[in-house]
Write a protein that binds this ligand. Structure first.
Ligand SMILES: *Cc1c(COP(=O)(O)O)cnc(C)c1O
Length: 377
């Protein structure tokens, strides 16, 4: 389901498509060879909007689109995106015919799947697949040598399947410690040799997520799968300053003061009366709540920006509203920034992620479809 781009609400997420394009272009510049960029737009573009993000990334030099689900690929096709799309998750083999018809590439890592998919394809049609190897992530992929040989033997008798790509995924590319990353990389090299005893060339070999692409550009073969960095976010706190250029964050979240009142000392605020004003205070109500993905955990040490100054969240977060304590009076309609900057003050996605003891990825993803996305080109 796509995000709303127009609404009567005074709460919205702003998406800088120009920043997404900047991040794609700058990333491409880090590579000598002609690298192919697969723009990762799963989960509705990590909460930014898959269609808009995909279009922006393609215009900035990405050539491929990556999604997790077959449904997500279909949604992009229906929206008129013609670029090659790869589904990284497992697709039902019975969907192979639709995938072939709509030029959607599927990931394969089970020989039974190959046979079933083949049986659903009509004579004369071809489905492009990317073979997935598990080199240490413990998720999708072929592991054992024998398993790989078996798979490749089976693939030979599936004349309607064409192996276009070969890939793996790293578990620790965003950690300072590189040993496990290098171990996985070495394993990938070895398994590529094994696969190549059956098929000697692939159009695309890929392993680099954002962290690997920006930290180890020499170990990315001829394609990268660019996700979080394209949105201008670091995959982890510990490698935040290891990127070769400053990322530009595309996502910010805003609202407007809906009511403001001066309350005397001892006033209870919100469900459970968990906050009681100390002195006379300015309390404002902001129309965003946990149903918008602004979860109750934000109440713990959460702050927002009003007129370039920090204002704490007070009391419990409601389904549709949250209350804040203003440092000085501000009228109804004043812009409130929950994620992003105002003047010199900034609340980064990383700060919000740390507040919730999670990673940057979750923050834009968790802002629900009730919040419209406003696109800035
Ligand atoms: C999500 C995903 C990526 C992108 O990862 P980022 O860290 O966001 O760059 C790459 N490959 C696979 C298999 C993924 O699932």
């Amino acid at each position: 389901m796509a995000y709303k781009t127009a609404s009567t609400r005074e709460t919205w997420a702003e998406i800088r498509l120009d920043y997404i394009q900047y991040n794609v272009r700058e990333t491409k510049k880090q590579f000598d060879q002609d690298i192919h960029v697969m723009a990762m737009v799963k989960a509705d573009g990590y909460g930014h909007g898959a269609v808009e993000t995909a279009k922006a990334a393609l215009a900035a030099g990405a050539e491929f689109i990556g999604v997790a689900l077959f449904d997500e690929a279909l949604e992009l096709r229906d929206a008129g995106i013609a670029a090659p799309i790869l589904v990284l998750g497992r697709t039902r083999p019975e969907d192979a015919a639709i995938a072939a018809k709509r030029h959607i590439r599927l990931t394969a890592f089970q020989k039974e799947w190959l046979l079933e998919a083949e049986s659903h394809l009509e004579v004369g049609t071809t489905l492009s697949i990317h073979i997935k190897l598990d080199t240490g992530m413990g998720r999708f992929g072929l592991v054992e040598d024998a398993e790989i040989h078996d798979f490749m033997q089976t693939l030979k008798i599936c004349s309607r399947l064409k192996a276009e790509g070969l890939y793996t995924h790293f578990a620790t590319a965003d950690e300072k410690e590189a040993d496990y990353f290098q171990q996985q990389y070495a394993c990938f090299l070895e398994r590529i040799q094994l696969v190549k005893t059956h098929i000697d060339t692939f159009d695309f070999i890929h392993c680099g997520n954002s962290a690997a692409s920006l930290r180890y550009p020499d170990q990315c073969f001829n394609m990268i799968r660019l996700g979080i960095a394209m949105y201008g976010l670091s995959p982890s706190k510990e490698v935040e300053d290891e990127f070769p250029f400053p990322l530009k964050t595309a996502f910010s979240l805003h609202s407007r003061i809906a009511q403001v009142k001066k309350v005397p000392a001892g006033t209870n605020i919100g469900y459970g009366c968990t906050y009681v004003s100390d002195t006379e205070e300015w309390i404002a109500t902001i129309p965003i709540g946990y149903a918008d993905g602004w979860y109750r955990w934000h109440a713990k040490n959460g702050e927002v920006l009003v007129n370039g100054r920090r204002a704490p969240i007070v009391g419990r977060i409601c389904m549709d509203q949250v209350m804040i304590r203003l440092p000085v009076h501000a009228p109804v309609g004043t812009k409130v920034t929950l994620v992003g900057s105002q003047g010199d003050e900034v609340i980064t996605v990383m700060e919000v992620a740390e507040r919730l003891q999670t990673i940057t990825y979750e923050i834009p993803c968790m802002i629900s479809h009730r919040v419209p996305r406003l696109y800035i080109k």
